[in-house]
Design a protein around this ligand. Structure first.
Ligand SMILES: CC(C)(COP(=O)(O)OP(=O)(O)OC[C@H]1O[C@@H](n2cnc3c(N)ncnc32)[C@H](O)[C@@H]1OP(=O)(O)O)[C@@H](O)C(=O)NCCC(=O)NCCS
Length: 161
């Protein structure tokens, strides 16, 4: 679902980044996280890698970091950073529609980038589905270089993962 204001392509005033707290997600906030993804129109795999159990395990094992953006005590956005040791990955970036185009996505990405750089990672990547024109544009605006020459291959143990 898109914010009608964003459909116009007209940007809005940014929220002062000092008003936004970016912090680790607590697993008790899982339902809020899923609601943000649903509301932002980000497809998820609730029976697979986006299940509560899976995310709880990832947080516990430290294989990635789930960050949320909070404004006035309300969670309004999320991002998930991972590292495979060679590259860092930005995943699951989402901002509630009514708060989009005010710099919150960028604040989340900057914090994820900082954590990955601090961990010694020097290249950060992101996979975006080709229908997602807003995200394609947003990542280009945030300094990411698009690679149309790369085709993504996966092998899945089940369609749910
Ligand atoms: C992608 C998304 C997270 C961006 O969040 P946001 O808070 O609106 O992003 P920001 O306001 O920080 O904008 C970051 C940059 O992207 C650009 N941008 C954001 N939305 C845009 C849009 N609809 N059209 C064009 N550019 C856009 C901004 O202009 C900004 O660049 P600038 O600083 O040079 O102006 C948000 O649109 C969203 O939640 N989308 C649905 C979920 C999704 O598809 N996530 C991607 C999965 S990887």
């Amino acid at each position: 679902m898109l914010n009608p204001r964003t459909k116009t392509g007209i940007g809005m005033d940014s929220i002062d980044p000092a008003r936004i707290t970016v912090r680790n997600l607590h697993i008790d906030e899982y339902d809020i996280l899923i609601r943000i993804w649903d509301t932002a129109g980000l497809p998820s795999k609730p029976k697979g890698r986006d299940s509560r159990e899976h995310i709880a395990r990832e947080i516990q094992e430290g294989s990635g970091f789930f960050l949320v953006a909070e404004l006035g005590g309300k969670i309004i956005g999320s991002v998930f950073g991972t590292s495979d040791g060679r590259k860092g990955w930005i995943n699951r970036l989402a901002v509630l529609p009514e708060y989009q185009r005010q710099g919150i996505g960028h604040v989340l990405v900057r914090e994820a980038e900082k954590r990955l750089y601090d961990a010694g990672i020097e290249i950060i990547a992101c996979l975006i589905e080709n229908w997602n024109a807003v995200s394609l544009q947003a990542f280009e605006r945030m300094g990411y270089v698009r690679h149309d020459d790369i085709i993504y291959f996966t092998k899945r143990r089940s369609p749910d993962v």
